[in-house]
Design a protein around this ligand. Structure first.
Ligand code: AMP
Length: 419
């Protein structure tokens, strides 16, 4: 049983792992971006409309096993309750008698939200230790947490009749609520609609893309994207490279990069990627020009030069107009597009145009019939900043999880349900 659509929830209690790890205002604790909460609604609605009851579990932030007011999921309640259009019960501890009683008394059509799972180290299964402990002490502490983790999972699973995983953002973690709990529901574990949609979008790019397929890689470091690039090379036609990682390539090719970001120990790797691309008939496009800054600052002085002519003491922080034009043309002539990572330091207005322009080109290509998948926190926020989310075929909710899946890795949260 893998799919929520094949399951009738009438009279059943479903425990759903959702991703309510949303940003909160530091002072008022109000939810500042409800995208992840909205992403969980279709699965919740399906269960309720079948006549089932819903128990929701999630993490919020990194409380590292210590209950803390600022990480309480109670802050999420008003927004969630408004979006689902119902009152939501709250268990102020995901363990203990009150969560047990609240779930035992939950009726069809009702929703219960459990307090932050990460108030217990058992959720992640890793003890938090001071630095000066011996290896033996480390092992003993780890073993103790693993043992307690079993009891933690036992109790969570005792609340419900079936398990739904709809938290794509944590699917790459082998945690109690994302993977281990599935064992307790061997015939009643399934993916929610959000995870299904994420998998469909990624599988379309990896296994069934319209051609040409263009991958656009940006962001700070080559080292973070190397596994992804290597896994994609046999599948893609074009590889567009932008952002800080550009300069490791440019330096490796003999260009002048000034003070631009560079991973000195990855110069050979950059050349080997270019070589591999050539042998696999992938066209690699590096920026041809850049907007440079005399300082890493939002108000820095700027200069426009060719990409391999960064003046001494300056650093490239965005791609230039010529690069935007070349990249946009390739994107707009593609049938499948994958984008991960900004083209520049888009957080600074002066250096945001390259990233915004790429987002717009992808939206244009999508309008013309291409399939587009955008993932990674920064690319997604650039899409949102430009109000283009509904013009992209699929905007992923999971940065790290998407990266690992597209690298070809098996995600523990996916494997737990498939097996
Ligand atoms: P990543 O998490 O690897 O996708 O990197 C995203 C970060 O890369 C963003 O915070 C950008 O500001 C940064 N970035 C993009 N382009 C550059 C650049 N040319 N120089 C320095 N940082 C950059």
């Amino acid at each position: 049983m893998y799919k929520i659509d094949n399951y009738n929830f009438k009279g059943k209690k479903a425990i759903i792992r959702v991703d309510f790890n949303v940003p909160l205002d530091k002072k008022t604790f109000e939810v500042t971006d409800d995208t992840r909460i909205r992403g969980a609604l279709p699965s919740i609605k399906k269960i309720l409309s079948d006549g089932g009851a819903v128990i929701l579990m999630s993490h919020l932030g990194r409380p590292d096993g210590v209950a803390q007011e600022k990480y309480s999921l109670k802050h999420v309640l008003p927004t969630f309750s408004k979006l689902i259009g119902k009152d939501v019960k709250f268990a102020d501890d995901c363990m203990g008698e009150s969560a047990k009683n609240l779930s035992a008394n939950l009726k069809s059509g009702e929703i219960l939200l459990l307090e932050n799972l990460r108030f217990y180290v058992e959720e992640e299964g890793k003890p938090k230790l001071p630095e000066n402990v011996t290896d033996e002490e480390k092992k003993a502490a780890k073993d103790a947490v693993k043992k307690r983790q079993k009891e933690f999972v036992n109790q969570l699973s005792s609340y419900a009749d079936c398990y739904v995983n709809d938290a794509f953002g944590t699917a790459h973690r082998a945690h109690a609520s994302t993977a281990l709990i599935a064992e307790h529901f061997p015939d009643n574990s399934m993916f929610g609609y959000l995870i299904q949609a994420e998998l469909n979008a990624m599988n379309k790019v990896l296994n069934n893309p319209g051609k040409p397929l263009t991958a656009i890689m940006g962001g700070a470091k080559v080292s973070d994207k190397i596994l992804l690039i290597e896994n994609l090379l046999p599948k893609i036609d074009n590889l567009i490279i932008g952002g800080g990682m550009t300069y490791t390539f440019i330096k490796a090719l003999g260009g002048k990069i000034g003070k631009s970001l560079c991973e000195e120990d990855k110069l050979d790797l950059a050349l080997s990627i270019m070589d591999k691309a050539r042998t696999q008939n992938v066209k690699v496009y590096l920026p041809v020009d850049a907007i440079n800054a005399d300082n890493f600052d939002a108000n820095a002085n700027t200069s426009l030069t060719e990409i391999n002519m960064t003046p001494d003491g300056w650093m490239g922080l965005d791609i230039g107009e010529k690069s935007i034009k070349i990249f946009s043309e390739i994107i707009e002539n593609s049938k499948t597009i994958l984008w991960n990572g900004p083209m520049g330091v888009f957080e600074f207005e002066k250096f945001s145009k390259g990233t915004s322009s790429i987002a717009k080109a992808i939206a244009n290509a999508t309008e013309k019939g291409a399939f587009s998948l955008v993932g990674g926190g920064d690319s997604v926020s650039a899409v949102n900043k430009n109000n283009l989310a509904d013009k992209i075929s699929y905007v992923s909710t999971g940065g790290g999880a998407m990266l690992e899946y597209m690298e070809g890795k098996e995600l523990p949260g996916i494997k737990a349900i498939k097996e």
